[in-house]
Design a protein around this ligand. Sequence first.
Ligand SMILES: C[S@@+](CC[C@H](N)C(=O)[O-])C[C@H]1O[C@@H](n2cnc3c(N)ncnc32)[C@H](O)[C@@H]1O
Length: 209
Amino acid sequence: MEKQEIRTFGRRHGKKLSARKAWLMENILPKIAPNESESNEILEIGFGAGEHVREIAIANPDKIIIGAEPFVNGVAALLSAVCDSDNNIKDEYKNIRVWPDDVRLILNNGKYKFSEIWVLHPDPWPKARHEKRRLLSSEFLNLLSKNLATGGKIIIGTDHWGYYDWILDQVKNTSLKIDATESEIIQTRYQQKNMAHTDSPKYIILKNK
Ligand SMILES: C[S@@+](CC[C@H](N)C(=O)[O-])C[C@H]1O[C@@H](n2cnc3c(N)ncnc32)[C@H](O)[C@@H]1O
């Protein structure tokens, strides 16, 4: 990041990793770093434990899926799920690449041309004093716009309706337009954990103007 960015995520570390997960972080993660020379990509930002990254990897075997997530335990959970008992990457997940950090660090060059960018349940930062930590500001949406392929789309899902309205407002100051709003339910761990207590998710699909 060229300038000091406001931090949009919470903790980076949870409980101590198992010996296997620590091994995967040291030995597998460096081998699946995103590579700007690969094209035909889909990006998921803030993948949590990576359930949806795995789903889109299976659904799009001819595409490279880049997942970005700074929470170490989430990254380790994804690595554990994509590797078999011999710690080799399973065939159906060989198209996954992982960026274990703030996604803005790989987007600032504007070199990617994603056909899809997914942001499922971004941290809502509900307290007014934390609003500046919300990831989906107009500035960030414009950064996503620069990294979208022609005809590419950004799919955002949140069950925090206040954040949803806030995002719609941010879109007004961007080079993006609203293509659709959908209520289809995409299950992620975050959503399952909160399903009983929160509103159902709302979706926004954005495209370049
Ligand atoms: C509420 S969780 C949702 C996780 C997952 N998408 C799900 O639905 O289960 C939001 C995630 O976004 C990640 N995140 C926040 N800011 C980010 C950033 N700048 N770059 C990449 N990931 C980020 C957080 O670390 C966190 O894991």
